[in-house]
Design a protein around this ligand. Structure first.
Ligand SMILES: *[C@@H]1O[C@H](CO)[C@@H](O)[C@H](O)[C@H]1NC(C)=O
Length: 287
């Protein structure tokens, strides 16, 4: 089954992936601001980034590079106080029709009420795979680490290194899995008071604007799609993400999160999917 040199060359040429080493990057080097102008601010010599939202606009940024698989870490401190109607995001997405996407979205709430952590996976343009959680800490009081691990077997969502969700590659059962479209990292803060908080019943209180969310320690270990590179390097020593799975400890933790902190699971929503749940939902409840 050996591939010819020609095939290998063509593969390298088409994909031209560069495996990149983890670096304590600077936002100056790693991202471009995509909207909001002055509402997106890189601070502290590139170590910190803040996004703000007012009545006129939110703000957002994207990674300069695209990746095909990897581990993506970001620390976030969410909008404090009355954050109802605001949505803060950290997600991966490919471009164009039939896109793939892996989402963390943080839906704000009125003072004293919990944020909702919304996760979803889109493959070839189709989503409908939401799981939502409440957190076991106040995400506005300090920075916490939110991580997406994406390899060719599974997608793992982690919060402070605790797995909260795993989405397995069930290609064999006919469930499309994101595996061939490179994705960029995106983050944003925007107004979604038509649906975000308690189904749109609680509106954004603009007298409290501007609302601000903070990001830091953006870190990627992954396969970077090289723009003009025709060779593959393997300078990245830490490729644990490429085979990362849920071990026994992880299984206990994900069970705890999903039992105590999960508030919505598309795999339990037979009313929404009267023609049957998606094939991956047939696995055991947690994995
Ligand atoms: C807001 O708080 C209410 C009441 O605790 C809760 O039901 C809801 O899930 C919270 N989150 C959002 C985004 O509405």
């Amino acid at each position: 089954m050996g591939r010819s040199n020609y095939e290998l060359g063509a593969l390298a040429l088409i994909i031209s992936i560069l495996t990149v080493a983890a670096s304590a990057g600077s936002f100056h080097d790693d991202i471009d601001i995509t909207f909001g102008g002055e509402r997106a601010k890189i601070l502290n010599g590139g170590q910190d980034l803040s996004l703000s939202l007012d009545q006129y606009s939110g703000a957002g940024f994207q990674s300069k590079h695209e990746y095909l698989f990897g581990r993506f870490d970001m620390q976030l401190k969410l909008v404090p106080g009355n954050s109802a109607g605001t949505v803060t995001t950290f997600y991966l997405s490919s471009k164009g029709a039939g896109h793939d996407e892996i989402d963390f979205e943080f839906l704000g709430n009125s003072t004293g009420n919990p944020y909702t952590i919304h996760t979803n996976v889109y493959s070839q343009g189709k989503g409908d795979k939401e799981q939502q959680f409440h957190l076991w800490f106040d995400p506005t009081a300090a920075f916490h680490t939110y991580t997406i691990v994406w390899n060719n077997q599974r997608i793992i969502f982690l919060i402070d290194n605790i797995p909260v969700r795993v989405f397995h590659n069930n290609d064999a059962a006919g469930v499309p899995f994101p595996k061939s479209q490179p994705m960029r990292v995106y983050a944003s803060l925007w107004n979604a008071d038509d649906w975000a908080t308690q189904g749109g019943r609680v509106k954004t209180d603009w007298t409290k604007a501007p609302f601000t969310a903070s990001y830091r320690k953006f870190n990627v270990n992954g396969n970077r799609v090289g723009l003009n590179s025709f060779s593959t390097t393997s300078e990245n020593k830490n490729q644990a993400w490429a085979t990362q799975d849920i071990d026994a400890t992880g299984r206990n933790r994900i069970r705890w999160v999903q039992t105590k902190h999960m508030i919505y699971n598309y795999c339990n929503d037979r009313k929404r999917f009267p023609n049957g749940l998606s094939a991956e939902c047939k696995r055991s409840r947690f994995l």
